[in-house]
Design a protein around this ligand. Structure first.
Ligand SMILES: Cc1cc2nc3c(=O)[nH]c(=O)nc-3n(C[C@H](O)[C@H](O)[C@H](O)COP(=O)(O)OP(=O)(O)OC[C@H]3O[C@@H](n4cnc5c(N)ncnc54)[C@H](O)[C@@H]3O)c2cc1C
Length: 389
């Protein structure tokens, strides 16, 4: 394998693959390497499955619109929420410019993105991770890579992209400060429906259902092949204190919901309970000399926003434009990138506060008190309602 690359991207998730595809679209002949910690075998269950309608815009820009439509993901017609009142409210995607969204099989979508990056000309090294601290020396990065715990590579690159997800391994190693805003986690499980004949079941699967409770909120969604996912979103310390990671306790809380439980009457569990951090965080700095952070490595959003995958695709495009300008010696690229991601995060925080304030029924519960503390109002030129997961 060659040792020198124009760009090395750490993490072949959505942000990493989108960055690679967009770069190779703009500068063909560029050498782009994606380092992926996971082996090439996709894991069967991965969380994060609702792709909102606006995700079609970056997919279109990446030239993936037609191939994406051919994947056969299921249409997501909107969100139903029990939030702020016991009544169900609906937010239909019907009125969105891009039409409906999608409920995707996340493991298969991530593999598909990796295939698209390879077809665009990127090289993917699976089972590979950076060891030690990368050194930047006279406009060139030096990285030590370990592959499958036995092969070592010493690689060089003009630019490194941190697309390693919320762990932000490259930025963390370089001591970039990570600001965390809460302790949200998702405790989730996948199910297989056992009754596919009931048309109400099928209709329900076209919607994401969000239901608040004193511990936080539940979300559930239909997935391709008659699968469903259900997650309880709460804070890590509250989960520990209430023993919510215990299967029986978690199931009891699910049974006590008013609407979410009904989706799982005719369903068999496919996996044990799994836990994923879901807190909001951001890097103090999104880029620096010779490096950019994209997707969850740069900032993470509460899954309530349902914007994580859209943001990963968008960051991929933005990072690629900035890197193109850097490689062509056009000034100001990193300043623009920093500015756009700063504005995006501020806007997100504003919408996040607005949305959590709508639920006042559990104002004595710590989960809600933490999110409803008085914060100084900010003014934003444009506001849009934060879509639910
Ligand atoms: C409970 C939950 C529910 C969610 N629901 C939704 C939803 O419905 N809709 C939505 O849009 N978003 C959702 N999200 C968010 C969404 O999943 C993320 O925003 C999205 O995955 C970010 O993509 P990414 O490519 O930036 O990071 P990731 O998907 O995390 O990809 C990072 C990649 O980097 C690799 N990696 C990590 N470290 C290294 C390393 N050191 N070296 C090499 N490779 C490395 C990882 O293996 C991974 O493949 C949810 C998140 C959670 C936690």
């Amino acid at each position: 394998m060659r040792q020198c690359f124009d760009v090395i991207i750490i993490g072949a998730g959505i942000a990493g693959c989108a960055t690679a595809i967009a770069l190779l679209q703009q500068l063909s002949g560029l050498s782009v390497l994606l380092l992926e910690r996971r082996s090439s075998t996709p894991s069967s269950f991965r969380i994060g499955e609702t792709l909102p309608p606006q995700a079609m815009a970056p997919l279109q820009q990446l030239g993936l619109q037609e191939q994406f439509r051919m994947r056969g993901d299921i249409a997501s017609l909107g969100n139903r929420a029990i939030w702020g009142s016991p009544q169900i409210s609906e937010n239909l995607f019907l009125y969105s410019y891009y039409g409906h969204g999608w409920h995707i099989d996340r493991a298969s979508f991530d593999s598909w993105m990796a295939q698209q990056a390879e077809q665009a000309g990127a090289i993917i090294l699976n089972g590979a991770a950076v060891t030690g601290i990368p050194v930047y020396d006279q406009q060139c990065w030096h990285l030590n890579i370990q592959q499958n715990n036995n092969t070592a590579h010493n690689l060089e690159a003009s630019i490194v992209v941190d697309a390693s997800g919320a762990g932000a391994s490259f930025s963390r190693n370089r001591n970039v400060h990570i600001e965390s805003f809460d302790k949200l986690i998702g405790i989730f499980r996948h199910y297989q429906t056992t009754d596919n004949t009931d048309s109400t079941v099928k209709d329900t699967d076209s919607y994401t259902l969000v239901e608040s409770c004193s511990y936080g909120w539940w979300y559930s969604a239909g997935l391709p092949h008659g699968r469903r996912v259900v997650a309880l979103m709460t804070d890590s310390d509250l989960a520990r204190n209430a023993n919510l990671l215990n299967e029986t306790v978690w199931r009891d809380v699910l049974i006590n919901t008013h609407h979410t439980n009904q989706r799982f009457v005719h369903a068999e569990s496919l996996s044990a309970l799994q836990v994923k951090p879901a807190h909001s965080q951001r890097l103090e700095q999104f880029c620096g000399p010779g490096w950019y952070a994209a997707g969850d490595a740069a900032s993470t959003f509460d899954p309530l926003s349902s914007l994580g995958m859209y943001k990963a695709l968008r960051h991929g495009l933005l990072a690629a434009y900035a890197i193109r300008d850097d490689l062509l010696n056009k000034p100001g690229a990193s300043e623009k990138y920093q500015h756009v991601l700063n504005a995006e995060f501020k806007h997100y925080q504003h919408m996040h506060r607005q949305y959590y304030r709508l639920e006042q029924r559990f104002s004595n519960a710590p989960f809600w008190q933490r999110r409803q503390r008085h914060m100084p109002e900010e003014r934003f030129p444009e506001t849009r309602s934060l879509p639910t997961t």
